[in-house]
Design a binder for this molecule. Structure first.
Ligand code: ATP
Ligand code: MG
Ligand code: MG
Length: 347
């Protein structure tokens, strides 16, 4: 059977490996960190830094196609892999999502609305950005932020000095604070043949900057759900995308704004494991392997609940619940803010 190479060995890589294995593929994980969650289920793991080009080369040569569960893959590593094997999703998708300014420029450039934003490179440009987008607003590092890290809220221009200092010189984007009625996301897939299939939009609730629950169906009118799916399709086509993409959106009285995109399977798509015949992980493997996309139609209402840090203490009780599917990532150390697992409750 063919072997799929996955950059990144976290829980997403683990669940991708399980899905790939069900389809008869082997997975080879490349991950700098020791004892990655995906390593417990994959066929092979390479533990090496992205600077170790000999290890990267051997990894690429051992697989048929490369994908990733993590969007901050260094450019030089991609150059090397791409010279050896195909990478899906492509470079453009990765580069677009690695930098919030590139991402927002791309989205606006294909006619999609975002929060008002301005680039911040120094203290004077923060004042100019505040003049443009106003307050309240959020200052975010353009690169490497996740789970709400690298963000500072500005209630008024008086918060500018503190927020600027907290960013320690990193290039940032100032975003106008969106007074959204809710947050939704679309998990969208595009195959090698250009066919597109989107899962139903889910409604997301965050706690302390980290996704807490995703519920399907989202409590939005059908027209809004349809609009969200069309937005996701436009992004997929504009990027000539192959694989699964997560699109986070704000629902506002004036319509949908795109918050950010993730070129990979997405935490807010875990509900598909209990709600669809083909879940996001199988869909991604199908796409990158050149298979036809599977049937992602939703057949159940589902609530996905993330188990963060000490939430794992709820597992004995959750294990007694009917209609509840438990997913644990095999992480030994419980740490605050660490994603330990999730449950899907069929409603
Ligand atoms: P992720 O873990 O999803 O990658 P992230 O660190 O990239 O998160 P964002 O998605 O940009 O961060 O922001 C995290 C959350 O903060 C959003 O889901 C939303 O709840 C809130 N938020 C972010 N930007 C804005 C905004 N401009 N207006 C209002 N709320 C916002
Ligand atoms: Mg993000
Ligand atoms: Mg986000």
């Amino acid at each position: 059977g063919a072997t799929i190479g996955i950059l990144g060995g976290g829980q997403l890589g683990r669940m991708l490996s399980v899905a790939a294995s069900r389809l008869g593929f082997k997975c080879h994980i490349f991950e700098p960190g020791a004892e990655p969650p995906a390593g417990q289920v994959a066929h092979k793991v390479t533990t090496a830094s992205y600077d170790d080009h000999a290890a990267l080369r051997a990894f690429a040569e051992s697989v048929d196609v490369v994908t990733y569960e993590f969007e901050n893959v260094p450019t030089a590593a991609l150059d090397l892999i791409e010279s050896i094997r195909p990478i899906h999703p492509n470079r453009k998708a990765l580069a677009t999502s690695q930098d919030r300014i590139v991402e927002k420029s791309f989205l606006n450039g294909i006619g999609l609305a975002t929060a008002p934003w301005a680039e911040v490179t120094d203290r004077a440009s923060l004042d100019a950005a505040i003049a443009k987008v106003g307050t309240p607003s959020i200052l975010k590092t353009t690169r490497l932020g996740y789970d709400g890290k690298g963000q500072m809220r500005l209630k008024s221009p008086a918060d500018a000095d503190g927020a600027f200092a907290a960013m320690a010189g990193a290039t940032c984007v100032l975003e106008g604070f969106v007074d959204f009625s809710c947050e939704i996301s679309v998990i969208a897939a595009r195959g090698l043949d250009g066919s597109v299939s989107c899962f139903d939009p889910g409604e997301n609730v965050h706690r302390d900057g980290i996704l807490h629950t995703t519920t399907v169906p989202a409590s939005v009118p059908g027209s809004v759900a349809a609009d969200a799916v069309l937005i996701a399709g436009r992004i997929l086509n504009a990027l000539d995308y192959v694989g699964v993409l997560g699109v986070e959106l704000f629902v506002t009285p004036k319509g949908l704004l795109v918050n950010e995109i993730a070129p990979r399977v997405h935490n807010s798509g875990h509900w598909t494991q209990a709600g669809c015949t083909v879940d996001q992980f199988e869909q991604h493997i199908r796409a990158v392997a050149g298979w036809p996309l599977g049937d992602g139609k939703r057949y159940a209402d589902v609530e996905m609940l993330n188990l963060i840090g000490d939430d794992v203490a709820q597992i004995p009780a959750l294990a007694r619940e009917p209609r509840t599917q438990i997913h644990l990532y095999g992480k030994a150390d419980v740490k605050p803010g660490r994603k330990m697992g999730h449950v899907n409750r069929v409603l």
